[in-house]
Design a protein around this ligand. Sequence first.
Ligand SMILES: CC(C)(COP(=O)(O)OP(=O)(O)OC[C@H]1O[C@@H](n2cnc3c(N)ncnc32)[C@H](O)[C@@H]1OP(=O)(O)O)[C@@H](O)C(=O)NCCC(=O)NCCS
Length: 176
Amino acid sequence: MRYRLPTKNDYEILKEYVIEHYSNGEKGISASLGMTNMNYDIWVEKINRNSREADDEWGKYYLYLVFNDNNSLVGLLNIRYNLAPHLRDMYGDIGYGVRPSERKKGYATEMLKYALIVCKEKEMEEVILGCYENNYGSNKTIVKNGGVLFRQDVEKKQLSDNWNIELKCNYYKIKL
Ligand SMILES: CC(C)(COP(=O)(O)OP(=O)(O)OC[C@H]1O[C@@H](n2cnc3c(N)ncnc32)[C@H](O)[C@@H]1OP(=O)(O)O)[C@@H](O)C(=O)NCCC(=O)NCCS
């Protein structure tokens, strides 16, 4: 597996990655930090800049493109090792997504393992991760990497005037 920051030359492979998610009926790209909502080159500059300099909201972070041994893009990994405490509690320190055709092959488990090594190098003592209760793949990925459940919240979302839904979210800690 290879992990690196995005460059301006990655537009076509990321476009394929996005199309695959939408063709699979998914409405967003996990861990992409707004990639599809902004100009691609500006997004690349922002992600590269925030790997060196803190931004007001998220601090410093890495957003890595993750490639397998065949050099294919399999996922995105976001390591927010510099988050303010209230944001850590709400969003967790790490986010990830794997493209639909590459799921259930162990990639997310490997990606989280790598993220934990990076967090340890940043002298963190523990990481917080959150995921929806019904996201079986993500819950299992976290538990396989030593995650211990410490909180369950109910997230209320108003989708429109007459649609209010509640989603259960699990929060885990992993000691480093
Ligand atoms: C969640 C996600 C990252 C898992 O990625 P993945 O590469 O398929 O995960 P892994 O292959 O490492 O699987 C980890 C474990 O979960 C299991 N698993 C994965 N997807 C599963 C699913 N949909 N249902 C049940 N179990 C699942 C795997 O079988 C494996 O368990 P095992 O080792 O006992 O076989 C991927 O489904 C995804 O990108 N989903 C959309 C984005 C997302 O939810 N991101 C996380 C937000 S918190």
